[in-house]
Design a protein around this ligand. Structure first.
Ligand SMILES: Nc1nc2c(ncn2[C@@H]2O[C@H](COP(=O)(O)OP(=O)(O)OP(=O)(O)O)[C@@H](O)[C@H]2O)c(=O)[nH]1
Ligand SMILES: [Mg+2]
Length: 586
């Protein structure tokens, strides 16, 4: 008893892990929005998840064995023959005869697991405690799916198959190869493991014995093997009517022979299926085969796309890398336009660091430069892109500086770079898109907005790195050109003249000799001349040590290094999905 309970718990655990695997697959497929096969596979996963949920609900309830088949194939007659009651499910000439699910079980509460899923006019339960050999299962007859009433019947059959553990597919032996029916069933049989599928070719009494054994059955076996993804556990020819209590044969249509495999079918149901605990094993087996079927379908689709997908991703990577190289190279040319801004910003760095009289002059000169170039207002903004656009617009004398700022705000910090980047992609994309379409992607991949780095992202990214590099380079140059020794050296002449003038003034003052105005005027001009000379000398040093070209060269090499391993591919949804599909192929 304890062992039995543990076994059931383990089985429930395994069912849950099967469910989690299928859910994972469904989630992955849900992310593949542009890959066309994903939608169908996702739908199959959802149907499987629903079936598993129902399976978990009735996990330790009785096994559900369902008879399905086309109109008039003899489902109701077979149910009656198996149940030993000719009037259980009405069978007759009027087509269709069965318009609802007919369930046969030993106790009425056995069918509770079905009742919640059907309306009162969709199911009829027959409980007989005399149900011999069927005590551990529920036997179900279903309406057809190919008569004029099929619109109403199909949803009922769909529901009952979802609640079934074993399917007995009944075919009319006089016309078994019905493509419409086998195709309809193909979608359902794949939800079952082969061991849960039985094919019964009924009315075999109507066919000649030799034709039946030599032609019809072997040909039908081949036909089913081709039409269905799962091979049934058994294929039996039966004559259901012969096993009714009263077959009531027409004198003109008596059986042509007595060869049929009804006993085998009865044995399979009564002995193999009708075992306590068999339902748990069967359900688990169905769940496992459902999972393998779905996984295999996904792998198969992914493998079918493999070749084109790998060609597409290789070309995508090569084209993106070329586009990026060209963008970076073009950025070098674009960067030159920003040179006047660089000069001013370097002086700003120095003005913050320099002390003493030369430092004051540096500060004054910076102000003059800023106002002189008309970018004062723009330099106050924090956004480096705006700063750059301001600098560029000031230099290019754009009619409307606002336009340039707007352009910078929208990421057009590097128009030339963008142009080069887009040009490479525009050249390569049509071929890549065709490969992707061949790999199953939607035709919308041909649209320009699907390309990697589309829009202004790349330009924005490059501008940002450029500005960071520029910022770092300027502050490094500023630090280098503001060393204590340098400041002392350039301030020393002015401070020396100032100190000397001060000393003379003080000494004369204390010896009561008042100096003339000419002395001070002379001293003032000496200081001014020395100060300006020192400042000019400093400017020469700045120009030598941190020329515009030199700074730009260094900023550009920083940019190139930063962009070396940068790729916009990981952000591209197509690339992400292509990589996910590549991961699905095994
Ligand atoms: N000769 C012969 N006739 C059969 C056999 N089984 C069923 N029939 C006849 O075939 C006809 C249809 O049988 P049903 O059992 O009503 O068929 P069904 O598949 O339930 O039909 P629907 O409920 O309308 O889908 C009836 O006249 C049965 O007597 C059989 O094994 N041999
Ligand atoms: Mg019927």
């Amino acid at each position: 008893m304890m062992d039995d309970r543990i076994a059931r718990l383990q089985a429930k655990g395994e069912l849950e892990s099967v469910r989690a695997d299928i859910q994972g697959l469904a989630d992955t497929l849900g992310q593949l929005s542009i890959w066309r096969p994903a939608a169908g596979l996702r739908k199959a996963c959802d149907a499987a998840l629903q079936m598993l949920a129902q399976m978990a609900e009735r996990f330790d309830r009785k096994l559900v064995v369902t008879l399905v088949g086309p109109c008039g194939s003899g489902k109701s007659t077979l149910l009656n023959a198996l149940a030993g009651d000719d009037r259980l499910s009405q069978a007759g000439h009027r087509r269709p005869t069965t318009d609802r699910v007919v369930a046969f079980c030993s106790q009425s509460d056995d069918a509770d697991q079905l009742l919640n899923h059907f309306g009162p006019d969709e199911i009829r339960i027959h409980a007989r405690d005399t149900a011999q050999g069927l005590a551990h299962l529920i036997l179900i007859d279903t309406p057809d799916t190919d008569s004029t009433h099929r619109e109403r019947h199909i949803p009922i059959v769909h529901k009952v198959i979802g609640l079934s553990d074993v399917l007995i597919c009944v075919f009319d032996g006089e016309n078994p190869k019905r493509r419409d029916h086998t195709d309809f069933m193909a979608d359902y049989v794949r939800l079952f493991s082969g061991a849960s599928l039985v094919v019964a070719v009924n009315k075999c009494d109507r066919l000649s014995e030799s034709e039946l054994t030599d032609t019809i059955m072997p040909e039908f076996a081949d036909y089913i093997r081709d039409a269905w993804p799962v091979a049934p556990a058994a294929m039996l020819c039966v004559s259901a009517r012969s096993h009714l209590n009263d077959p009531d044969w027409d004198p003109q249509a008596r059986p042509k022979h007595h060869r049929d495999q009804f006993d085998q079918l009865q044995q399979l149901i009564g002995e193999s299926f009708n075992q306590a605990g068999f339902s748990v094993d069967r359900r688990l087996e169905n769940a496992r085969s459902l999972r393998s079927y779905l996984q295999e379908s996904v792998h198969e689709q992914a493998r079918a796309s493999e070749e084109q997908l790998s060609a597409a991703t290789t070309r995508m990577a090569a084209c993106e890398s070329e586009a990026m190289q060209q963008a970076v190279a073009a950025f070098g040319d674009d960067g030159d336009l920003m040179a006047p801004g660089i000069n001013i910003r370097l002086y700003q760095q120095l003005a913050q660091r320099w002390l003493g009289p030369v430092g004051w002059l540096v500060a004054v000169w910076t102000r003059v430069l800023v106002f002189g170039s008309g970018i004062a207002a723009l330099l106050r903004f924090g956004n480096p892109l705006r700063q750059m656009a301001g600098a560029v617009s000031a230099v290019r004398h754009y009619a409307s500086p606002k336009k340039a700022v707007d352009a910078a705000d929208h990421g057009s910090g590097a128009p030339l770079a963008l142009l080069h980047y887009d040009r490479v992609l525009a050249r390569e994309w049509p071929d890549i898109a065709e490969l992707l379409v061949d790999a199953g992607f939607a035709p919308s991949v041909r649209e320009a907005h699907r390309t990697p780095g589309h829009g202004e992202q790349i330009g924005r990214h490059l501008s940002q790195i450029w500005n960071e590099a520029l910022e770092a380079e300027l502050s490094q140059a500023g630090r280098r050109l503001s060393g204590g020794l340098l400041q002392l050296l350039f301030n020393l002449p002015v401070i020396g003249v100032l100190a000397y003038t001060g000393w003379l003034t003080a000494v004369n003052f204390f010896s009561n000799q008042i100096l003339t105005g000419d002395f001070f005027l002379h001293a003032f001009w000496t200081i001014v001349v020395v100060l300006f000379l020192s400042f000019f000398l400093l400017q020469a040093v700045i120009r030598l040590a941190a020329s515009r070209q030199r700074i730009l060269r260094r900023v550009f090499s920083r940019l190139r290094k930063a962009m070396e391993h940068h790729s916009s591919l990981p952000d591209n949804p197509l690339w992400q999905q292509a990589k996910m599909i590549e991961g699905l192929k095994n």
